[in-house]
Design a protein around this ligand. Structure first.
Ligand code: ATP
Ligand code: MG
Ligand code: MG
Ligand code: MG
Length: 569
């Protein structure tokens, strides 16, 4: 690619709207442009990177035996009614009507569509196992789109769905996909971890998430230093012994309702944070300003547990409570919620809105163990509101009893699920088994956030000058920078010859023949993160050398043509 013929538009300004480094650098490098909240155009530069990720994913999926398909992004309501998810999926589902007033959604995921495809295509056990995948645009009406393409509303996902006669065979393919994901993220040059995960709205039995480790990650991962144990913190249930909190005393110190961080509350109660649960809501203080907090532990959109903190000293106040029960409970105590409208907290929990959601829960079970949970935010909290419990939990034993627990931040880039027969049963998918009887296949599903990976990779690979792409994702492997191409024919010619040599050697190379001043040209190439840079100048030519520098190297070196090719190709 000759950059004089390309559309490259970098900027020196650091965009004010971007909070995290990948978002800043993607805007500065001109990789993406925002159209509206969570909607981005990929510029020619950005698209080159996106396509490289796509390519790595596609090649590894093909090598693993999966078969590519392409399903519609727009999906009819009727399919979603068969599984009950038209209602259950919640606010992320973008619903729309056509001119005949029939309802559709823009697909946030494709279990329904693929199961419909499968019930038309698959008739016999002989066609199984089979794993269909696609790389396609999804839409999720995220409550808080942010961080650029990291949490967008429209984004590119690789989603795969497998079908099996037996559970064992599903387990085998799950392992195959798990290993394939490892190969994909390794090939992309990412530092990642696979962790146990919640099956969430997708449902099913076993599930692992793949996280790219980065401090800006919205998820927290608990992992053991002595074993392979690793879990998303929202799931990790590590317990640590310690003194019971003097609740009454503590309650006096906790002031009016609001969002406290886990650490704030732990400090007030003088306890150690340990056991973690999922999202948590504080429901308030009473009208006199007396702190009377009821805490609801929620998993996904479901309230699963409620604790009244004022009874903390009594312990064992936990019980399963339905949403209706909590409403009734709150309704029975007018004023209990103080400044918060009585109906609000529970409804808010269901809607997953931030207003009444807090970042912690504390408690203890009847063994004197403390429970602490953090709402790690995702859709729910500002990054700054989310407490980092790294220090608080570091040194709790690992739940598997091997090693101690540490916490790292992660960005979820992949997720594999064993769905079992949930969708197949709901949608009456069946095949004839070996004995000629109808059998319901077991299913697995496997997602990768293709566009999110681009941002996640930058979080791990950057410096003050810009992006430092891992080789497999770089827009170009190498760039030949020409000094003064318009006025120096010999330099221009030598640069073109080297550029052609690189192409002939199979290197995805660019020729920077834009005629920029050296400083501006080098700054651009560092910002957009090309791994290898070769400068062709009059001085170098006179000495028979090129100036070579790897993006991560501190110094440039003068090398002859053969040495340059050997470094890059
Ligand atoms: P998250 O927890 O970040 O909201 P998810 O668990 O809802 O993600 P999945 O349903 O597991 O997402 O989808 C598969 C993959 O799609 C995720 O692992 C992630 O990499 C990607 N993904 C999900 N939501 C988004 C989004 N809003 N923007 C970009 N990528 C996303
Ligand atoms: Mg999500
Ligand atoms: Mg998730
Ligand atoms: Mg997920």
């Amino acid at each position: 690619m000759r950059l004089s013929q390309f559309h490259l538009r970098t900027s020196k300004e650091t965009p004010a709207e971007a909070e995290i480094v990948s978002h800043k650098l993607m805007l500065k490098a001109g990789m993406i442009r925002k159209l509206a909240a969570g909607l981005y155009t990929w510029s020619p530069l950005g698209l080159r990177v996106l396509r490289k990720v796509e390519r790595a994913v596609r090649e590894e999926m093909n090598a693993a035996g999966a078969i590519e398909v392409l399903m519609p992004a727009v999906q009819p309501k009727e399919l979603w009614e068969e599984t009950g998810r038209w209602e259950k999926f919640g606010g992320q589902l973008l619903k729309m009507q056509d001119r005949k007033e029939a309802w559709y959604c823009f697909g946030p995921t494709h279990e329904e569509v693929v199961t419909d495809f499968a019930r038309n295509e698959l008739a016999s056990y002989k066609q199984l196992p089979v794993n269909f995948y696609q790389i396609q645009t999804k839409f999720r009406d995220e409550i808080r789109p942010r961080f650029g393409v990291m949490r967008a509303r429209e984004f590119l996902m690789k989603d795969a769905y497998s079908f099996h006669v037996t559970d064992e065979d599903l387990g085998r393919e799950y392992r195959n996909m798990y290993d394939t994901y490892g190969r994909i993220f390794t090939r992309l040059g990412l530092k990642f971890r696979a962790v146990f995960a919640d099956t969430g709205a997708i449902g099913g039995s076993a599930s692992h998430e793949f996280h790219v480790l980065a401090d800006s990650g919205e998820d927290a991962i608990a992992f053991s230093d002595g074993s392979d144990y690793a879990a998303n913190v929202e799931l990790a249930e590590a317990v640590s012994p310690g003194p019971r909190p003097a609740a009454a005393e503590a309650m006096r110190k906790v002031d009016t309702p609001t969002q406290k961080t886990c650490e704030d509350v732990a400090a007030l109660l003088g306890i150690e944070l340990a056991r973690t649960v999922k999202s948590v809501a504080i429901v308030g203080a009473d009208a006199d300003g007396q702190p009377q907090f009821a805490l609801a532990l929620v998993r996904g959109d479901h309230v699963v547990n409620e604790i009244k903190l004022s009874k903390l000293a009594g312990l064992a106040e936990y019980r399963l409570a339905s949403e209706a029960e909590i409403l009734e409970h709150l309704g029975a105590q007018p004023g209990f919620l103080g400044p918060v409208a009585p109906a609000k907290p529970v409804r808010v929990i269901a809607d997953r809105s931030v207003a009444a959601l807090a970042d912690f829960v504390v408690g203890a079970n009847d063994n004197g163990y403390h429970l602490a949970g953090v709402n790690w935010g995702r859709d729910l909290a500002e990054p700054g509101e989310v407490a980092d419990i790294r220090n608080a939990v570091a040194g709790d034993p690992s739940p598997d009893g091997r090693g101690t627990l540490g916490i790292a931040r992660g960005i979820e880039v992949g997720h594999v699920f064993q769905l079992g027969r949930k969708y197949a049963e709901a949608m009456k998918l069946s095949v004839l088994d070996e004995t000629g009887k109808a059998a319901t296949p077991a299913m697995g599903c496997y997602g990768i956030g293709v566009s999110r990976i681009v941002a996640a990779a930058i979080e791990q690979n950057h410096d003050d000058a810009g992006i430092a792409w891992p080789d497999a994702m770089a827009p170009w492997q190498a760039v030949v920078c020409v000094i003064n191409p318009k006025n120096d024919a010999a330099v221009a010619e030598a640069a073109q010859a080297l550029y052609r040599d690189l192409l002939a050697a199979g290197v995805d190379a660019a020729l920077d023949d834009r005629g920029l001043r050296p400083g501006a040209m080098f700054a651009d190439m560092e910002l957009i993160g090309v791994p290898h840079r070769v400068v062709v100048s009059e001085r170098g030519l006179a000495a028979g050398s090129f100036e070579y520098r790897h993006r991560r190297a501190a110094e440039a070196e003068n090398l002859d043509r053969a040495a340059v090719l050997a470094r890059i190709a």
